[in-house]
Design a protein around this ligand. Structure first.
Ligand code: ATP
Length: 554
């Protein structure tokens, strides 16, 4: 095998990518670089360029907390705590702090050995496999030795990847384009292979090998989920489809892709993370099913023929209680609504009507269930199905075109969702404050933001909606991810996603998004979503003008 390429080359390329706002130029620069790499290097480079240190779908992440990284930076550069926080205040980005501190490093270590992409990949693998007791100090050791052998520019990107904050403007679509262009793939070919492989690094590796045409869905390689388009009324849905379609309950649980091969079952979340150990009942219910398959569905807390409140799932998801306690509180039923692969063949290109026939055969005889479907066509029928769903305790409806294919990763027009409360937004916490009175001593006020391109813009502050227990847990978590501590107020790494309901939207000079949500209430903590899944300022603007329209009409 050829020698692995130096990591420095990639960091220089990423700097050039950051330096231009032209999407074409970003793609061109990266494509030219990738084309020269051997497959295993292309894998590491593409993954790093996407801001990840581990393969999507892997159970283990190379997570290193902010406070650990700050410690390591001090140790590796000899900087004092005050120096680090001064530098941070200037940049607001830990990667750039690393670059500056490494450049001024007091004990300059001389290194003649260059850090290669392969060595970087190995170090990330080591971080992933370091778990349990003593793992923090072992991880520190790995990061420290990486930083000691890194140039300032390399240090910057190592820290950027470990904090998940690349800010190169290289969204996944552009990376996909660069890989397509580097290895001579058409756009649709690249899109499909990327979708099926899930991970950008694995995709780059296969593309570099010239081995993309044979890429197929296979068990234990999660693929991106099909998403539904939101509609405000039954009338709009009836008009959108204009014919007889399926209405399914919108189950309120956790989206789960269940893969089975032989007797082995694995479960993946909407973010393509493995969550098998959180749902042993789902494993048990499908282990005995016939054949191999990949199913899409919802893991729902369900008892006595009715759904239980979603909140009962939260602790289980954060692995805060043992399984027996969790199962007693909220036993799970898996409601399957789709099938992507069965016995060696993809089923995504069959119609939904055909897919449901396959699904029925797989689920028969197990304790998993198929999502219930009724045929609807008129506004009245959709409205009636919606009412029934709400009366039974479901969230609403997902209405589906029986002829539609499974659009991996697409918010397609084939699926339409109807919920009671339209006015919720998915936002991320960027800062938090200690509460008052009964809430003194706990961090209970959360400032939240939506996305604006690759930036975050604040649009409100939420105080209510969580239980005392949840606030205690939140307090702990927020302390862990604090970036700047101002005493009563903390800035935190943007990673906790909340779904907030609110009464209306106002223009506001107090938040840098230019809007403020009125009376925001936390509906739930969306552990299934990451910062890239949150809503955008465009959506806020759209809701704002929609609401104005309604007021004007009145
Ligand atoms: P939401 O915040 O409404 O859950 P989302 O962004 O997670 O939305 P969407 O695809 O927009 O995802 O909405 C559909 C969601 O509804 C799915 O993610 C899935 O978790 C859930 N769901 C419940 N029942 C069904 C069903 N029968 N078919 C499809 N999705 C369903």
């Amino acid at each position: 095998m050829k020698q692995s390429a130096p990591f420095l080359g990639l960091t220089q390329v990423l700097e050039r990518v950051r330096g231009t706002t032209s999407k074409n130029e970003k793609v061109g620069i990266l494509a030219e670089y990738l084309a020269k790499l051997q497959p295993s290097d292309a894998e590491v480079a593409a993954r790093v360029a996407s801001g990840r240190s581990s393969e999507r779908g892997s159970k283990d992440e190379a997570q290193v907390g902010y406070s650990t990284l700050l410690d390591v930076l001090r140790e590796a550069t000899g900087a004092t705590e005050a120096e680090v926080s001064r530098t941070y205040l200037r940049h607001g980005d830990l990667g750039e702090v690393a670059e500056e501190l490494l450049a001024e490093k007091k004990e300059q270590t001389l290194f003649d050995e260059q850090l290669t992409l392969a060595a970087l990949g190995d170090a990330f693998a080591k971080l992933r496999s370091t778990k349990g007791q003593g793992s923090t100090s072992a991880k520190k050791g790995v990061v420290k030795s990486l930083l000691l052998s890194a140039s300032p520019l390399e240090g910057k990107y190592i820290v950027k990847v470990l904090t998940g904050e690349m800010r190169t403007g290289l969204v996944s679509g552009l990376l996909e384009e660069a890989i397509a262009s580097a290895y001579g793939l058409s756009k649709p070919e690249a899109a499909r292979a990327h979708m099926v492989l899930g991970d950008i690094g694995v995709f780059a590796n296969r593309a570099a090998r010239g081995d993309v045409s044979g890429v197929r869905i296979q068990p234990f390689r999660p693929v991106n989920f099909m998403l539904a388009e939101p509609f405000a009324t039954a009338a709009e849905i009836a008009e959108h489809f204009g014919r007889t379609v399926y209405a399914e309950y919108k189950y309120d649980g956790i989206r789960a892709q269940v893969h089975k091969s032989g007797r082995k079952v694995r479960i993946y979340s909407r973010r393509l993370e493995e969550i098998t150990s959180s749902f042993p009942e789902v494993v048990a219910s499908l282990q005995g099913a016939r054949g191999d398959f990949v199913l899409d569905g919802e893991a729902v807390p369900f008892e006595g023929g009715r759904p239980l409140p979603f909140q009962l799932l939260q602790r289980r998801l954060r692995r805060m209680e043992d399984f027996e306690a969790a199962a007693k509180k909220a036993p799970i039923t898996y409601f399957a609504f789709d099938i992507l692969f069965r016995d060696g063949k993809e089923t995504v290109d069959l119609s939904l009507a055909e897919r449901r026939k396959h699904l029925a055969k797989v689920v028969a005889g197990t304790t998993a269930r198929m999502a219930e479907t009724v045929d609807v066509s008129t506004q009245g029928e959709i409205q009636a199905a919606f009412r029934r769903s709400r009366d039974l305790g479901y969230e609403g409806l997902v209405v589906k075109d029986p002829d539609s294919l499974y659009g991996m990763g697409k918010r397609g027009s084939g699926w339409a969702k109807l919920k009671e409360e339209l006015d919720t937004l998915d936002v991320v916490i960027v800062a938090a404050e200690y509460g008052h009175g009964k809430r003194a001593g706990v961090i209970s006020d959360y400032t939240f933001a939506v996305r604006d391109g690759d930036q975050l813009k604040t649009v409100g502050k939420a105080y209510s909606g969580l239980t005392d227990k949840e606030i205690d847990e939140m307090t702990e978590k927020l302390k862990e991810i604090t970036v700047r501590d101002f005493g009563y107020r903390r800035e935190v790494k943007p990673e906790i996603v909340l779904e907030v309901a609110f009464d209306s939207i106002q223009r506001s000079g107090r938040h840098d998004g230019g809007y403020a949500l009125r009376f925001p209430r936390i509906k739930r903590i969306r552990t299934d979503k990451g910062v890239s899944d949150i809503d955008t300022i465009e959506k806020v603007e759209k809701m704002f003008s929609g609401q104005k329209l309604k007021v004007d009409e009145r």
